[in-house]
Design a binder for this molecule. Structure first.
Ligand code: NAP
Length: 313
């Protein structure tokens, strides 16, 4: 199969939290020349942000879509990045149904989290939604390249919901606080996808793990302390008990599941655990420098999510 030269790429969910960063990365001077057109897809065109004129070296267009015009809205697209949020699973199913009637050759489904494919438990969002979406896309377009990007935890989301309560000076690990956990800045997730989209089709893997930085809870505490957080104590909860209690309840909240996965290496995108594809997407950090936990700590004097009230009422 011939490689795609200067593909037409589209981003579904471009108005969203991650989608905006993916869009910015594709439009950046590092990647924009790799594509002939970047199409932003939204259910509400007026929400699409306007990039500055300095980013206009590539043809940028917007398309309004809905669940009834997907086939038409996806015409002429060769690479589709799906960054639709958790509320849009039904829409994603409709989108998967439309894929066979398009010319899309590379599809990035809306994964962008932790790799849930080896889990011995079923979280409703990952198991019932994301896995099913992949299965339906693979069924309807068996020859399409489908690349799942697992980017670990978004670095900027470090906060009390994951047991990292810097404000209270208390971190809680489930299992060992020495297990590495990977974090990737939301901007670096965008750059990862843009870099993958610019690779020849045959070099894009089916599964990609990246981790901008990998640190244990003990290391994160030290980094935040050095950046001005004050003393942080670490509490350790028993892994088996916490996991059993969490998985016994049907909850769509991912944070408790993420907390025990942090303890068992399930979010460690390092050679000793799940491995990483950092060198594939950003060889020798020549395309960008990965943002680290230390960089984040410096930005907020060791107190990420400082003003957040947790638990929220
Ligand atoms: N690794 C991590 O720590 C982490 C953290 C957060 C998110 N994620 C993952 O990143 C992906 C994107 O999440 P996000 O938080 O960026 O999403 P989001 O901001 O909640 O939503 C993104 C876009 O999806 C579209 N959308 C929302 N509801 C929809 C619906 N019912 N039907 C159709 N489209 C809908 C909207 O675009 P329009 O209104 O313009 O159509 C919205 O702007 C998800 O797969 C999520 O699991 C990972």
């Amino acid at each position: 199969m011939a490689s795609i030269t200067r593909a037409v790429i589209a981003i579904a969910g471009a108005t969203g939290h991650l989608g905006k960063h993916v869009t910015t990365a594709f439009l950046s001077s590092t990647f924009q020349d790799e594509f002939s057109e970047i199409i932003l897809l939204s259910r509400n065109e007026s929400c699409l942000f306007q990039p500055s004129s300095s980013q206009s070296g590539v043809k940028l267009t917007t398309r309004r879509y809905n669940e009834n015009n997907l086939e038409e809205a996806l015409q002429g697209i060769q690479i589709l990045v799906n960054t639709i949020g958790p509320a849009g699973h039904y829409f994603k199913t409709k989108l998967a149904d439309a894929l066979p009637r398009t010319n899309i050759r590379v599809y990035f489904p809306s994964e962008f989290g932790i790799d849930h494919y080896g889990h011995d438990f079923a979280h409703p969002e990952w198991h019932e939604k994301k896995k099913k979406h992949l299965a339906s896309a693979q069924r309807v377009v068996p020859h399409m390249k489908i690349c799942r990007v697992f980017c670990s935890i978004i670095l900027e989301d470090i906060g009390p919901w994951y047991g990292l309560d810097t404000q209270k000076g208390k971190y809680t690990s489930v299992g060992s606080f020495r297990t590495p956990v990977s974090f990737t800045s939301v901007g670096d997730v965008g750059r990862t996808v843009a870099s993958l989209g610019s690779l020849p089709e045959e070099k894009i893997p089916d599964v990609v793990h990246v981790g901008g930085d990998s640190r244990s809870i003990a290391e994160i505490a030290k980094i935040m302390e050095s950046a001005g957080a004050g003393r942080i104590e670490i509490d350790c909860l028993p892994y088996e008990e916490y996991k059993k209690e969490t998985t016994a309840e049907y909850s769509s909240q991912p944070a408790p599941y993420i907390k025990f996965s942090m303890g068992d290496g399930g979010i460690a995108h390092t050679p000793a655990f799940l491995g990483d594809d950092n060198e594939l997407v950003n060889p020798g950090q020549r395309l960008w420098r990965w943002k680290t936990v230390e960089d984040l700590a410096k930005e907020n004097n060791g107190q990420p999510a400082k003003d957040v009230v947790w638990p929220s009422s």
